[in-house]
Write a protein that binds this ligand. Structure first.
Ligand code: ARG
Length: 473
């Protein structure tokens, strides 16, 4: 048991209490961020004359050594320490003696952990954004190649009107684009530095909080020290955005599973992204899509868990907040894994054009267009709706599509129909005529695709203030 705060105590901590309280098992995940924050802090202490320049330099050098050894595997992050902060401080004291003991001047673990988690999450936001960007690129390429690939559009999972594969996937493009925009919003809102908030009320040292914020690429320091140590909103926002990504991935997965089914055969998932059955030799299962759909629940669970943890906590820091880590780390890894795998599955998936088109031709997806034809020839819409309803009934009995009927049969249902009805209800016409922006018509679709290409050609991450941290080098 190695702890930082033994002075006030006369008895050893009970072993079970110690185990229950310790966080090193999971907070070691941000050892880099912890060391980065310590270096920035100590450099600032040196500049401010709170430590001597010499002490500051010695500590910075020693922390960099500790980092190198940890990464080389020659120094193990020992679970004997309560948390990553204690481990780093102990390793420093072992090397520098009394100078090492000065590291924690003007700092509390409360602002330290708030900083570490923020630095870690900020990086996660960027990585998640990049994975979304890759997914968007894959989707847009498929769209560009499929403006003429017809398929049925559905409502209630019943065939409704013909669309194209480009149009259908374009809906997902919009969803994941908004997910990226959320990453940018979150990044900009969270990018303030809590270091220097102390335990809750700042410190009596003349810290330069603008300096530490700048060293670590933050927009500035947080402006209230109690909020600085107890804000976890940014995690809740991130988990909410991650949950939304999973909701989108899960809907898309559900469609892939349906499309890949024996009944639909709209797509064929690549062998590399499918799995077999131990008993049924014919099986090729969409396990990746099912797992993505399945993992959605655990990401939602994390969001609800943290919201619940936070809701009753009085200001400022309380130990409840240590619970912000384990599940959040799991959610971050889960979403990144799902995004990468889904993108791989999508980019290797085969779309079966003939099946999709054949399916779009059946199921009366052109019934609305038949009604519109009548409307264009002077029939009030409600009457046209009724006439086409009868027409559909007739077709069902005959097991035929509207365009399979003869003009004579059509005229028996309504004399308004003429030879040009066949052209008017062909699948190609039904799609082509839908040309308001956002609709599946090829001309409208090409306009949207060009806009989205333009969107993808700029990366908001590159507009971030240019800073390259030298702190860990
Ligand atoms: N492990 C703690 C956490 O994750 C670090 C902060 C400890 N602060 C304290 N006052 N006990 O929140």
């Amino acid at each position: 048991m190695a702890q930082l705060w033994g002075g006030r105590f006369t008895k050893e901590t009970d072993q079970l209490v110690y185990n229950f309280n310790a966080s090193i098992e999971f907070d070691k995940k941000f050892y880099r961020q912890d060391m980065e924050g310590s270096i920035a802090h100590v450099k600032m202490l040196g500049k401010q004359g709170i430590l001597t320049e010499q002490e500051s330099r010695e500590i910075v050098t020693a922390i960099r050594e500790i980092l190198k050894e940890v990464e080389a595997g020659t120094l193990e992050i020992s679970h004997e320490y309560e948390d990553i902060h204690s481990f780093v401080e102990a390793a420093l004291i072992e090397r520098l003696g009394d100078t090492g003991k000065k590291l924690h001047t003007g700092r509390s673990r409360n602002d330290q952990v708030a900083l570490d988690m923020r630095l870690f999450t900020r990086q996660e936001v960027l990585e998640t954004d990049e994975l979304l960007n890759e997914l968007l690129n894959v989707i847009l390429t498929i769209m560009e190649n499929n403006v003429d690939t017809y398929m049925p559009g559905f409502t209630h999972l019943q065939k409704a009107q013909p669309v194209t594969l480009a149009h259908h996937l374009g809906a997902y493009f919009e969803m994941f684009k908004r997910d990226r925009q959320r990453m940018e919003d979150i990044y900009r809102r969270m990018n303030y530095c809590p270091l220097g908030s102390g335990a809750l009320a700042g410190t009596t040292y003349d810290l330069d909080r603008y300096d530490t914020a700048r060293q670590m690429g933050f927009t500035g320091p947080t402006l209230n020290s109690m909020d600085g140590v107890s804000d976890r909103d940014y995690l809740i926002e991130f988990l909410s955005a991650l949950s939304t990504i999973m909701m989108h991935l899960s809907r898309f997965s559900e469609e892939v599973i349906i499309w890949n089914s024996n009944e639909y055969q709209f797509v064929e998932i690549d062998d590399a992204y499918s799995t077999g059955s131990s008993i049924m030799p014919q099986k090729k299962n969409p396990d990746i899509a099912e797992l993505v759909r399945g993992k959605t629940g655990r990401v939602y669970g994390t969001l609800i868990s943290l919201l619940t943890t936070m809701k009753g906590i009085p200001l400022a820091y309380n130990k409840d907040m240590q619970e912000d880590k384990e599940l959040t780390f799991d959610a971050m890894d889960t979403v990144k894994g799902c995004l990468a795998l889904f993108t791989g599955m999508l980019s290797t998936m085969k779309f079966c054009r003939e099946q999709m088109e054949a399916s779009a031709k059946h199921g009366f997806t052109n019934a609305t267009d038949a009604a519109d034809y009548l409307v264009n020839h002077g029939v009030p819409f409600r009457d046209a709706h009724g006439i086409v309803g009868k027409l559909v009934l007739y077709c069902i009995e005959k097991q035929a599509a509207i365009d399979d009927l003869s003009l004579k049969e059509l005229k028996e249902i309504s004399p308004v129909f003429e030879e040009d009805i066949f052209e008017a209800v062909s699948m190609e016409t039904c799609v082509k005529k839908r040309l308001t922006i956002g609709a599946p018509g090829q001309e409208a679709m090409k306009e949207v695709i060009a806009l989205e290409r333009e969107y993808l050609s700029h990366d908001w991450k590159q507009t971030l203030e240019d800073w390259e941290t030298e702190l860990l080098k």
